[in-house]
Structure formats: structure tokens, C-alpha cells
Design a protein. Structure first.
Length: 161
């Protein structure tokens, strides 16, 4: 029998012992109990359960959990129950602290971004109105000045006798 089959069988026997099985499972477990080794294991488990039920409950010592954690931390070299894994001094766990820090950073970014909200970049504005193409003004060309007629110097008319 494989280890997995033994685990399944042990779980079925435990459920039978506690009374948590229905009719179909109960028939299959009773078939298992026909084996003397399984029946002896079941009787030992029943005797152990009865022995434990006879024990009274005793309250745990006041600092039991802290003492156990300290001992485990000491024996594991600080890998388990390390003080850095504990919540912060005022009761915030690390996860809550991270969420609060992200919220504060987002609020700061939004406050700093308010001044830039009035600037509209053409890249981000969807085209709603067809914009006319820009027109290029042609430089005005002035006509060239006309050449001036050069008149030869006039000679005074001859004097009459």
C-alpha cells in the first residue's frame, strides 16, 4: 500500500471514529475493519481518544505563546518569529503601512499635478473640429522701379541778332 493510500485510509478511519461518515462510506470502512491489523489500529485510536477525553482542560500559562515564539526564534537562528516580522509599534502591519504609503504618494502626485492641469497639449486633445490647413503667405513682390529717362543737358538757344 502506498503512503498516499495509507493517508486516505487513516483519514477515513478518523472520520469514522468521530462519526463524520455517511452510509455509503460507513459500509466501505466496515469492510476495511474486517482486516485484523486495521481493526487493531482503530481500537488503539479509540483508546487514545478515550484517554485524552478523560484529561481535564487546563488553562495555558499567561505568556505561553510569547515564550514558545522566543524559543523557536532562538533555536531557528531568528528565521521564525523575527521581531521585524511583527507589526509596527502602534499596531499597523506591514501590508497596511504599504497601502497607506502608496495612498500618500498618490495624493502628493495629484497635488503637484494640479498646476499642470490647465496646460493642454495638442497631443492629448482629440480632434473634434476639422482644423483648416495653415496658409502660407506669399511675400509681396514690389515692382522694380522704372528706369528714369536721362535727358541730355540742354544748350541754351542761340541768341538772335
Amino acid at each position: 500500500m502506498t503512503a498516499q493510500a495509507k493517508d486516505v485510509q487513516g483519514a477515513q478511519l478518523t472520520d469514522f471514529l468521530e462519526g463524520n461518515v455517511d452510509g455509503e462510506e460507513q459500509a466501505s470502512i466496515e469492510l476495511l475493519l474486517s482486516d485484523p491489523a486495521v481493526r487493531a489500529e482503530m481500537e488503539a485510536a479509540r483508546a487514545g481518544r478515550d484517554l485524552l477525553s478523560e484529561l481535564g482542560t487546563k488553562p495555558t500559562p499567561q505568556n505561553f505563546l510569547r515564550k514558545v515564539q522566543r524559543r523557536v526564534r532562538r533555536k531557528s537562528g531568528g528565521r521564525h518569529f523575527h521581531p521585524a516580522q511583527q507589526p509596527f509599534g502602534f499596531g499597523l502591519s506591514i501590508e497596511v503601512f504599504v497601502v497607506v504609503a502608496v495612498a500618500v504618494m498618490a495624493a502628493c502626485w495629484m497635488i503637484l499635478d494640479i498646476g499642470r492641469q490647465t496646460i493642454q497639449y495638442d497631443v492629448f486633445i482629440p480632434p473634434t473640429v476639422e482644423r483648416p490647413a495653415p496658409t502660407i503667405k506669399q511675400p509681396t513682390v514690389l515692382p522694380a522701379p522704372l528706369p528714369q529717362k536721362v535727358t541730355p543737358p540742354t544748350t541754351p538757344p542761340p541768341a538772335s541778332p
